[in-house]
Design a protein. Structure first.
Length: 410
């Protein structure tokens, strides 16, 4: 693997997890799919009453990536009071999976931007694995889409980034922060995730990929190869992906059904979702989290640059007040600073900083405190940042042994 533009390349970022709902299907077909899965239920022993039952058909996709296929015989409908209620209905399927993992076995790179094309490929894969024809994919309902972007940074720089934004907050959401590796912001309409791809890959994907790759190499082992040939090949492949992941900061925006329904005015179908829409939601949500623009205004974050920007746009008195406010945000964070100002004053001054491109994240004050210099002063995980992974990545066929195409990542 190497980052280069070739005819064998794939786009580096885009779709990740999708959740789709098929139209109503014949009961015989859904029953046949259900028979391939596993059911979990709760039964009252005294009466024999079935309290609930869940059936999941976890299919083995490429590289043993799990694809969840859930047969459903009831649907959730809101009552006139707005309370969701489940009612029996003709059967259908709910399908959820990580698109790049289903097709490529990993999501370190090589994701797909074409939503309709990805869904069509997913339908083809499902028909092959289930042995059952499925309805036209353009009429499937979209319940969740994840859009992700990767950013190229040294390992220590990624850690410095999470240390520098430790005090970040999001309006009306509870932030979940995990050391210097990730930030998780759950919400009812969207969920924002920023994390270091290397540790995440090591925890969730490394062992699974090694086992599957070793099995595939073993099946294609040359007659005169040593006994540990498959082990060495699989280890090299996984180690190459891990090294690539160690230099990646990943930003994801998970778009939930509530937002999709609101934005489109109805439950959108696959044919209605475009890459432009997904990118716009990603940009807006990351901007809300970081309170930094997409590049129209050059962001300043060092003390002297902030002072000059403030003095160029505001009076000397207001610039001095805002500079002190900026120092408070930088050193103590938003939550602490909010307590020391009245609500109108805090939000007014924060907006005055945002309007002229002033950031209080990853500043020179924080770098001096941490004695760190690996993180670029102008970095921000937005699509306009020059460190965004937008060059193409060549992925050579993994199992063309006669050409010796297994390569280590740079």
């Amino acid at each position: 693997m190497s980052e280069t533009a070739t005819s064998e390349a794939q786009m580096p970022m885009g779709l990740d997890t999708v959740r789709l709902k098929t139209p109503r299907m014949a009961r015989s077909i859904v029953d046949r799919i259900k028979a391939q899965g596993e059911s979990y239920c709760r039964v009252r022993n005294d009466t024999g009453e079935l309290v609930w039952e869940v059936t999941r058909t976890n299919l083995l996709g490429s590289f043993d990536s799990r694809i969840m296929v859930k047969p459903m015989y009831e649907d959730c409908i809101k009552s006139k009071h707005g309370k969701p209620e489940w009612h029996p209905c003709p059967p259908y399927l709910v399908i959820e999976c990580s698109v790049p993992k289903a097709f490529n076995g990993q999501n370190v790179y090589g994701a797909i931007e074409d939503f309709q094309g990805a869904c069509e490929r997913l339908k083809t894969l499902l028909q092959l694995l289930l042995g059952t024809p499925l309805p036209p994919v353009e009429n499937w309902t979209v319940q969740r889409v994840d859009w992700a972007e990767n950013f190229r940074l040294p390992y220590l720089a990624v850690q410095e980034f999470f240390e520098a934004i430790y005090h970040i907050s999001f309006p009306r959401r509870k932030m979940q922060k995990y050391s210097n590796e990730s930030i998780f912001t759950p919400g009812s309409t969207t969920t924002i995730k920023l994390y270091h791809k290397g540790p995440e890959f090591d925890k969730n994907d490394r062992k699974r990929l090694y086992v599957v790759l070793r099995s595939q190499y073993q099946q294609n082992k040359p007659k005169d190869a040593p006994t540990d040939w498959a082990h060495r090949k699989a280890s090299r492949r996984v180690a190459a992906l891990h090294r690539l992941a160690n230099s990646r900061l990943r930003a994801e925006v998970e778009i939930h059904a509530e937002k999709l329904d609101y934005d489109f005015g109805h439950k959108p179908k696959v044919r209605e979702i475009t890459a432009e829409y997904l990118k716009s939601v990603f940009d807006k949500e990351i901007s809300r989290l970081l309170r930094e623009g997409q590049g129209a205004i050059q962001i300043v974050r060092t003390s002297l640059a902030v002072r000059d920007r403030l003095e160029a746009h505001y009076t000397a008195e207001l610039a001095g007040l805002l500079h002190g406010f900026w120092f408070a945000l930088t050193t103590h964070g938003e939550d602490d600073t909010r307590k020391r100002f009245t609500r109108p004053t805090f939000y007014r001054r924060r907006k005055q900083l945002v309007d002229i491109g002033v950031s209080w994240l990853v500043t020179d004050i924080q770098l001096i405190e941490r004695q760190g210099q690996k993180l670029p002063a102008d970095f921000s995980p937005v699509r306009a940042d020059p460190r965004r992974c937008e060059s193409l990545v060549r992925e050579r066929p993994a199992f063309s042994y006669e050409r010796g195409l297994l390569q280590l990542a740079a």
